[in-house]
Design a protein around this ligand. Structure first.
Ligand SMILES: C[S@@+](CC[C@H](N)C(=O)[O-])C[C@H]1O[C@@H](n2cnc3c(N)ncnc32)[C@H](O)[C@@H]1O
Length: 270
């Protein structure tokens, strides 16, 4: 097990993240899977700020990268997803037996905007954290309809862009209520530009606009640029004759939280 209480980065974490290999967590065959190193970096960065990460929630956990990463380093987590392929138990089961079964649960058939399921998951998170809430929420939604995850209309990859933006706003608002005192939401998203088209959908800009952030009662802390190494579209030239090989991680928190954090001596943050 990795000791996450001791920062192992010799240097402060950079705002440009690049992981040429994705690591052993999750399923590389699952469309849109992320690298577990994202979590490693975010947790180390928080640790450098003096912020422990004892509990992680991933509401759209896909192939289970967060689930497996957290298990491998001994951090408590709950992961949910609309998909039903990862084992675990279903959101419907939550309604009958709402006891948390282990500190690393994966809940399938879960719609983030279903009030009843969301309420159950919130209860589980509060129970698992003795009422404190999640220290880190790894939020990696569909990049609108870049990949169709499910033909069900509740899936975020379905419907018009305006609906996607409204759903993201609601989701962020709910996620904000699950955070611990110094908790953070890390939103991983890329822009969308189709082959043969010049229009760019600035998903990160649009889902984290000032009005959305205020609506969700959050504030933006920092944005990381993440280099994409293993995307399906790697090598494809988009409608502007470019290869889009980056995405963003936008970190949000409840207002004025990091400001009161003690920065460890010797760590220069510019
Ligand atoms: C980009 S993938 C996440 C990939 C994941 N980070 C991994 O490493 O495998 C987005 C996920 O959002 C899920 N999703 C879409 N709409 C949802 C909804 N309404 N509620 C919960 N999950 C949803 C999809 O099933 C998909 O697995």
């Amino acid at each position: 097990m990795t000791d996450i209480s001791t920062p192992t980065h010799p240097e402060p974490v950079s705002t440009i993240l690049s992981y040429p290999t994705r690591g052993p967590w999750g399923d590389p065959g699952y469309s849109g899977n992320m690298s577990g190193y994202v979590l490693e970096t975010l947790i180390k960065w928080r640790s450098q700020l003096g912020l422990p990460t004892n509990f992680v929630y991933d509401p759209m956990a896909g192939s289970g990268t967060t689930h497996q990463y957290c298990r491998s380093v001994g951090i408590g987590s709950i992961c949910t997803d609309f998909h039903n392929t990862r084992g675990g138990y279903s959101a419907a089961e939550l309604k009958v037996g709402s006891e948390i079964r282990s500190s690393n649960d994966f809940i399938n058939n879960f719609d983030i905007l279903n009030f009843e399921s969301a309420t159950h998951v919130k209860r589980l998170i509060l129970k698992a954290t003795e009422g404190k809430g999640a220290d880190l929420i790894m939020f990696h939604p569909p990049y609108w309809n870049m990949i169709s995850y499910n033909s069900d209309a509740r899936d975020f990859s379905q419907g018009p862009y305006s609906l996607y933006l409204r759903r993201m706003q609601k989701a962020l608002q709910w996620l904000g209520t699950l955070l611990s005192e110094r908790g953070m939401i890390a939103l991983l998203l890329g822009d969308l530009r189709r082959k043969g088209q010049s229009r760019t959908y600035f998903l990160t800009d649009d889902t984290t606009s000032e009005s959305t952030i205020q609506y969700a009662r959050l504030e933006k802390v920092v944005r990381f640029i993440k280099i994409q190494h293993m995307t399906q579209s790697k090598g494809e030239i988009d409608g502007l004759g470019l290869r889009m090989l980056h995405e963003y991680i936008t970190v949000m928190q409840r207002p004025n939280r990091v400001a009161s954090t003690t920065i460890p001596k010797g760590l220069v943050i510019e």
